[in-house]
Design a protein around this ligand. Structure first.
Ligand code: GDP
Length: 305
């Protein structure tokens, strides 16, 4: 889907071909291309509209500047110049960058990170990836907690991931997930672990029972970080899900998975805008190393092609 947006910007560049400057007329045509490309890439229509308005204001300002400098040599083509304006605005909308994780005062016990999200979003995989990241970047000693007691393979999958990075897991098949999470607080202390990652249950859609369970886990464990894992491939639905989770649980940030392949970049932009919460990390593959800190310029570059 990045391709669709990138194609949109290629068309935009073409629109300016042979033109010496950005004019009000060619801006309107170019903006129509961009609006279409954004909608096709699953950007929420209100956000696309806001983006177009901002770009238009900036670009019209540039028309004035270009006129004022009419005698100077043109350094960049109007197409590139216009794409640069779009690029800067897109980066602005995707930022500001906040990839921080809140760490607890070690004297008060381990840091807690709660991973939430729909089933299949990549929660369990991302829990393993994040644990590895925290070990390598922060020198942390994680404990993974299998609180997804409903999906039969989830705990086994978590155990396999943990084995690969050599970290312990606390899980009890069929047990009460709130109890399992509570036990983990004590186990982390016993095993000298300074960070706990809770892999919670997902559903195919958001429902009250799930939300109540997650709220109970929050009340019991008081996590410093609640990260929603959202699948970029499901486009507009990821945005609705993110809003529902955030309205109910007040998440601290998002991890957007499956931004490799033909994932839809529009969802990341929309989630950021609709919830006002930062995108912390992105998942770019199935392997444990395929986790990156979110960088707006990276995504904007990719979108612009
Ligand atoms: P959960 O149900 O939310 O715990 O989801 P899983 O962690 O089991 O992931 C569901 C599927 O998505 C698995 O096949 C993962 O390998 C895959 N997956 C997770 N993250 C990514 C990612 O960033 N890129 C790709 N391509 N696949 C991913």
């Amino acid at each position: 889907m990045f391709d669709v947006v990138a194609k949109g910007f290629r068309d935009v560049r073409n629109r300016f071909e042979g033109k010496r400057e950005i004019t009000e007329e060619n801006i309107d045509d170019a903006l129509k291309d961009i609006r279409m490309a954004m909608l096709e890439a699953d950007v929420n229509f209100r956000i696309a509209k806001k983006f177009i308005k901002q770009v238009k204001e900036k670009a019209i300002g540039e028309v004035v500047k270009v006129k004022a400098k009419a005698n100077e040599k043109v350094e960049v083509t109007p197409g590139d110049h216009f794409v640069k304006i779009c690029h800067d605005e897109l980066e602005g909308l995707l930022g500001p960058v906040d990839t921080s994780i809140v760490f607890s005062n070690p004297r008060l016990g381990p840091t807690k990170i709660m991973m939430v999200g729909l089933q299949g979003s990549g929660k369990t995989t991302t829990t393993g990836k994040l644990a590895k990241y925290l070990m390598e970047r922060e020198g942390k000693r994680p404990l993974l907690v299998g609180a997804d007691v409903y999906r039969p393979a989830a705990i086994e999958q978590l155990r396999q991931l943990a084995e690969r990075i050599d970290v312990p897991v606390h899980a009890r098949e069929g047990a009460d997930p709130v109890e399992v999470c509570k036990e983990a607080l004590k186990i982390a202390e016993d095993k000298d672990r300074d960070i706990i990652l809770f892999d919670t249950a997902g559903r195919l859609a958001v429902d009250d029972v799930l939300m109540e369970e997650l709220e109970q886990i929050i009340d019991t464990t008081k996590p410093e970080n609640i990260f929603l894992v959202a699948d970029a491939m499901i486009g507009q639905d990821a945005v609705n899900t993110a809003k529902e989770f955030n309205d109910r649980l007040e998440v601290d940030g998002f991890i957007m998975t499956k931004l490799d392949g033909d994932a839809r970049g529009g969802a990341a932009l929309s989630i950021k805008e609709v919830t006002g919460k930062p995108i912390k990390f992105i998942g770019v593959g199935e392997k444990l190393d395929d986790l990156e800190e979110f960088r707006p310029e990276g995504l904007a570059n990719r979108i612009l092609g």
